[in-house]
Ligand binder design. Structure first.
Ligand SMILES: CCCCCCCC/C=C\CCCCCCCC(=O)SCCNC(=O)CCNC(=O)[C@H](O)C(C)(C)COP(=O)(O)OP(=O)(O)OC[C@H]1O[C@@H](n2cnc3c(N)ncnc32)[C@H](O)[C@@H]1OP(=O)(O)O
Ligand SMILES: Cc1cc2nc3c(=O)[nH]c(=O)nc-3n(C[C@H](O)[C@H](O)[C@H](O)COP(=O)(O)OP(=O)(O)OC[C@H]3O[C@@H](n4cnc5c(N)ncnc54)[C@H](O)[C@@H]3O)c2cc1C
Length: 669
């Protein structure tokens, strides 16, 4: 099957209808030109000799892994050469590769080196002393060694204080002795641990003279650098096939009396001196900082997955024609069915809203990390709360949004070659890794409770929670104007009142004699609802600020488009949380009808721009890797071409016919 060189006329027509400059939108959504240029440069170099993704789909588990390692090594080699040219010593090219969905193109089943870059190298730099960085970190940055972040165990992932891996200090030899005493203490899940890395950071309980000193991070070699065989005392391997991310090579690790020098404990914060004196970290949560970084990153990465799926569904819906709206007219593009727009457009705007929130969150991370560098730890709780709530709601919304977008593509959405399967499994994994979502919402719930107490006692509130004080001071919600400010405030007001209710329930339970932990547990449902609304109010407010500020730096047509996107996002989000809002704000039927009218109006206004908006996400065809989502819209030819590549189509008759079908059909005669 040859793929036409021309663009599908329906898609070409859609692009002509665009009312804004796609390139200007692209720069806006990528937070400026420099990241965009780098991304495009990297794509040009990295995608020049990629193998066919359809071929990858049919490989065995082992071949898939080996092929991914090959692609990963080729990509990293090119990326390092590029970095040398762009800004020697910098890391922006790595960063570009890792934070965009681009990495997933090179490694559709995930990468066994992702955790090396995201966590291992960063933890060595940020949790180690400068000497430790020179000794271990530089080799990791140069990829002379490969590592991963080994925290989760078979028995515990969430409750870190319950981890069982021990590091006992031996004063005589100035060493730690590492052990995983039980089956449940086996490390389980770390990416790349299975067969790829030769080093890692192990999170273990430190013991000095059998006294527990809390969790610490230890640099550990697990495999010989030459032979790649496991070192003595180390039991290591792959945890087996998962529902996706087949090439991430998640592994297990058992340790029996493995000795490492005292100087292998990462000692930027807590320290163990040669005589066994333990010097505490100024803030114990600093050991959790590598996780905070990844939570922030996930918001960007998952909003990218969401936008990929939205692009595939939008382009396909512009090409797919079915079911005349009026009986005597030709079949329309399915995108003209209003219910189809309702399936797709809220996902487009949600991806944009999280992208903007993710950019803001990552800036906040950088500011907090700089402050931590100057021994100012005051912003850690605020960053922790925001990272937790945005990580949880973004991964949830993207996961279920991607599934809705797949369903919006009908039968062909179910083809592996449409690529929704990979995109979904990437997205949903993030609901669990780096902190299971409910657990993260409970962290936020706890901080909301505390903040509520602070507010009642007149203490200043952290900036991203200051609205609680404002909304709590209102006797009732101000007059419903329905404008954007009002819609944002409605979400904030609902979050505030949900916090109030949770706080009251918690206090009532304490007063009835429950212990604080029991009271917290039974208030969990209300607390997690408050936490979720808090995050959604942040995303809405941030979108509102992005669109209404700096207007003079953008063209009128882009401002107009962004206003429509904001309008849809706010109306849709308020409708989605209407049950919560109606509990606290009196709305008439007229108000509700007006919201529905606005939703339908803005859907119609956005309709001509949908393909152009998705073009503006700037996904290379190889990133989308979808027969339904290609830029040229030659969908049917690509579906057919992919089918032709099925191994079952490579010979006239499969072996199972002679072996099984033929005798079976004879015997049943
Ligand atoms: C080359 C190309 C690449 C291409 C790539 C393509 C894209 C691929 C994309 C992406 C790949 C990404 C791959 C990811 C890999 C995943 C990795 C992992 O999963 S690593 C494991 C994560 N494990 C968790 O996250 C455990 C979750 N558990 C916890 O974090 C804790 O145990 C927690 C928070 C649930 C409880 O911890 P407590 O028991 O110590 O804490 P309490 O008692 O609740 O809190 C104590 C105090 O500490 C504060 N706190 C807790 N955590 C904090 C934090 N992080 N920062 C600041 N404060 C914190 C709390 O607010 C509380 O504060 P007060 O005392 O009330 O004031
Ligand atoms: C693809 C993937 C990659 C991963 N990569 C790594 C890695 O590189 N390194 C690493 O160390 N780990 C890694 N992990 C492990 C991951 O971080 C953990 O699985 C995750 O933190 C969740 O912990 P858990 O599995 O113990 O879940 P559990 O805590 O057992 O969750 C089970 C259920 O219990 C509930 N629950 C647990 N505690 C509470 C509570 N306090 N209150 C209310 N409900 C609760 C949860 O909400 C959930 O519904 C990875 C996991 C996956 C899936």
């Amino acid at each position: 099957m040859t793929i036409p060189k021309t663009v599908n006329p329906d898609l070409a027509n859609e692009r002509k209808k665009a009312t804004f400059d796609v390139e200007e939108f692209t720069a806006f959504i990528h937070d400026g030109e420099s990241f965009l240029q780098l991304k495009r440069l990297a794509e040009e170099e990295l995608f020049s000799d990629l193998p066919d993704p359809v071929e990858l789909d049919y490989l065995s588990y082992e071949d898939y892994y080996n092929r991914t390692v090959e692609q990963c090594v080729n990509a990293i080699t090119k990326v390092r050469a590029m970095q040398e040219r762009v800004n020697p010593g910098g890391l922006e090219v790595y960063h570009t590769l890792m934070t965009g969905p681009m990495g997933t193109t090179l490694m559709p089943g995930g990468t066994p080196m992702g955790v090396h870059f995201l966590m291992f190298t960063r933890a060595l730099k940020n949790q180690g002393t400068p000497e430790q960085y020179e000794k271990f970190g530089r080799r990791a940055d140069n990829c002379e060694i490969l590592g991963t972040y080994v925290q989760t165990e078979l028995g515990h992932g969430t409750y870190l204080r319950g981890l069982e891996t021990r590091a006992d200090y031996d004063r005589q030899t100035d060493e730690f002795v590492l052990n995983t005493p039980k089956l449940t203490s086996y490390k389980w899940w770390p990416g790349g641990l299975g067969n790829t890395v030769n080093h890692c950071i192990v999170v273990a309980q430190l013991y000095i003279d059998d006294e527990p000193m809390g969790l610490q991070l230890f640099f550990l070699q697990v495999r010989d650098e030459q032979t790649h065989k496991a070192l003595p005392g180390i039991d290591i391997g792959d945890i087996g096939k998962k529902i996706g991310l087949q090439a991430v090579n998640n592994g297990y690790l058992g340790l029996t009396n493995v000795r490492i020098p005292r100087t292998n404990m990462l000692m930027k914060n807590a320290k163990v001196l040669p005589d066994g004196t333990f010097v505490k970290s100024p803030v114990s949560q600093l050991a959790y900082f590598p996780m905070v970084f990844v939570r922030c990153m996930i918001v960007l990465v998952n909003s990218g997955f969401h936008a990929m799926a939205a692009t595939i569904a939008t382009r396909y819906s512009a090409v797919r024609r079915q079911s005349p709206i009026k009986p005597d007219e030709p079949e329309p593009q399915v995108l003209d069915h209003v219910t189809q727009q309702m399936k797709i457009v809220p996902e487009i705007v949600t991806a944009i809203a999280y992208r903007l929130a993710g950019v803001k969150l990552n800036k906040m991370y950088e500011e907090t990390a700089s402050a931590v560098g100057l021994s100012d730890y005051s912003r850690l709780p605020e960053l922790h709360a925001l990272a937790c709530t945005l990580k949880a709601s973004c991964t949830y919304d993207s996961t279920f949004g991607i599934e809705r977008l797949r369903l919006a593509c009908g039968g062909h959405g179910y083809l592996a070659s449409a690529n929704f399967g990979n995109i979904f499994t990437w997205a949903t994994a993030a609901c669990t890794y780096e902190g299971e979502n409910s657990v993260l919402y409970l962290q936020v719930g706890k901080i909301l409770l505390k903040t509520w107490g602070d507010m009642l006692s007149g203490k200043p509130l952290m900036p991203t929670m200051a609205y609680l004080g404002v909304c709590a001071s209102w006797h009732e919600f101000p007059e419903w104007t329905g404008d954007w400010q009002c819609l944002v405030q409605a979400l904030q007001y609902a979050a505030t009142n949900k916090t109030l209710i949770a706080s009251k329930s918690y206090t009532r339970r304490l007063e009835s004699g429950l212990s604080p932990p029991d009271a917290f547990n039974v208030t969990g449902i209300e607390l997690t609802q408050a936490a979720e609304l808090h995050g959604r109010a942040f995303v809405a407010n941030n979108f509102f600020e992005e669109v209404t500020q700096n207007r003079e730096n953008r063209s009128a047509s882009l401002n107009n488009l962004l206003e429509q996107l904001l309008e849809l996002y706010l109306v849709h989000t308020v409708q989605r949380h209407m049950a919560d809002i109606l509990r606290f704000i009196h709305l008439t039927d007229e108000h509700l009808t007006s919201l529905q009218d606005r939703l339908e109006t803005v859907l119609a206004e956005l309709r001509p721009n949908l393909v152009a908006i998705c073009d503006g996400f700037d996904f290379h065809d190889k990133v989308l890797s979808s027969v339904l989502g290609c830029y040229d819209g030659n969908v049917y030819e690509r579906i057919f071409e992919a089918a032709k590549k099925s191994p079952l189509n490579q010979r006239d008759v499969p072996a199972s016919f002679a072996q099984h079908l033929k005798p079976f059909m004879r015997s049943s005669l």
